[in-house]
Design a protein around this ligand. Structure first.
Ligand SMILES: [Zn+2]
Length: 56
């Protein structure tokens, strides 16, 4: 049986990993020469998935 403590530990590990992944993604996005694909309300870089909202 999985205990609450074990679950909490897994959640914490998952969050740490998420933070690391988000940092890696941000580094990639900061170094990217964006190639935007425009949608209605935002544009999205097809290389790094960076998203900018379009407000005129
Ligand atoms: Zn990009």
């Amino acid at each position: 049986m999985t205990t609450a403590a074990a679950l909490l530990q897994e959640i914490r590990k998952g969050k740490d990993q998420l933070v690391r992944l988000e940092q890696q993604l941000r580094e990639i996005q900061q170094q990217c020469e964006h190639e935007f694909h425009e949608e209605q309300a935002y544009r999205l870089c097809r290389k790094c998935n960076w998203m900018e909202s379009l407000h005129y």
